[in-house]
Design a protein around this ligand. Structure first.
Ligand code: C5P
Length: 278
């Protein structure tokens, strides 16, 4: 064992573009997405213990109904099935809003996998690890990847993507949860039906195809996009994932913080964070 405990950062995942290309025969949706990560996130500490446990602190701890079905413990169980592991006490500091389109549970699951690899000096095969991550959720492989990239398939095909992006970001959530399956369902694609065009290099053409159905189910998302778009420092305000968190890119952390301060002042109930892209 190489360390007494390890701590892994679980950064927010942002879909800068999320194009739905169509619906597959198995019901899942074929995606084409540009994904980035921010220095805003959860923190997961892993410590060898006499039995496996999990406790949660932080501003959104109370919103997680039960640690038992948490993706962190599911990630542990899945790795443990693959190769038996000693028991681990997990401590999650939950800073990101729950069910909010910025990775939350998937980011935590990826942090658990990274942490277990580090704690027990595991040497997993990369493609086996990707398949295992996908079993936990379509967003877990990209969160495990942890660097900005293009994501395709249902989330399992990752490739490097270099685009000149502004360095900073503002994340805003109206404190409304969304249900990813409900929002995909609301898109109302038949099995086998194709939908939008793939991602092109020009950022001006990027979109989130889940925004319209998400706004129908959670109208406050339109207010968030409007609040960000109204700000003259903000570029390309858009929803991430299946919402309800929206983002705007900014030319500097200072500019992002200015936008965040303004949006917070106008909407004191919303969750608002400024940060740098990783
Ligand atoms: O894999 P994950 O649990 O994140 O996905 C939640 C739900 O979102 C899936 O059960 C499916 O209904 C929908 N989904 C989809 N196509 C994707 C990813 C998710 O239809 N590419």
């Amino acid at each position: 064992m190489s360390a007494l405990s390890v701590t892994e950062f679980a950064p927010a995942k942002i879909n800068l573009a999320l194009h739905v290309l169509g619906r597959r025969e198995d019901g899942y949706h074929e995606l084409d997405s540009i994904v980035a990560f921010a220095d805003v996130g959860d923190s997961l500490t892993l410590m060898p213990a006499s039995e496996t446990s999990m406790d949660i602190s932080g501003p959104f701890a109370a919103h997680l109904s039960s640690a038992a079905d948490n993706l962190v413990l599911r990630a542990y169980a899945l790795l443990n099935e693959h190769a038996p592991l000693p028991p681990v006490a997990f401590h999650l500091e939950k800073n990101l809003p729950i069910a909010s389109g910025i990775g939350g549970g998937s980011a935590d699951a990826a942090a658990a996998i990274r942490g277990l690899i580090r704690l027990f000096d595991l040497k997993p095969d990369a493609s086996e690890l990707n398949a295992l991550a996908l079993k936990l959720g379509a967003d877990v492989p990209v969160c495990l990847h942890g660097r900005s990239c293009r994501m395709r398939g249902i989330g399992e095909k990752l490739e490097d993507w270099s685009a000149a992006l502004p360095p900073a970001i503002v994340l805003v959530n109206p404190r409304k949860t969304t249900s990813t399956p409900d929002i995909f369902r609301e898109l109302s694609l038949a099995k086998g039906q194709s939908h939008g065009a793939p991602v092109a290099s020009s950022r001006a053409t990027w979109r989130n195809d889940l925004a319209e159905p998400a706004i129908r189910l959670v109208p406050e998302i339109a207010d968030v996009i409007r609040a960000l778009s109204n700000h003259d420092l903000a570029a390309s305000a858009r929803m991430s994932g299946s919402g309800a968190t929206c983002f705007a890119l900014a030319a500097s952390l200072e500019a992002a913080q200015d936008i965040a301060d303004d949006v917070s002042k106008q909407n004191p109930g919303w969750w608002v964070k400024a940060g740098n892209l990783l």
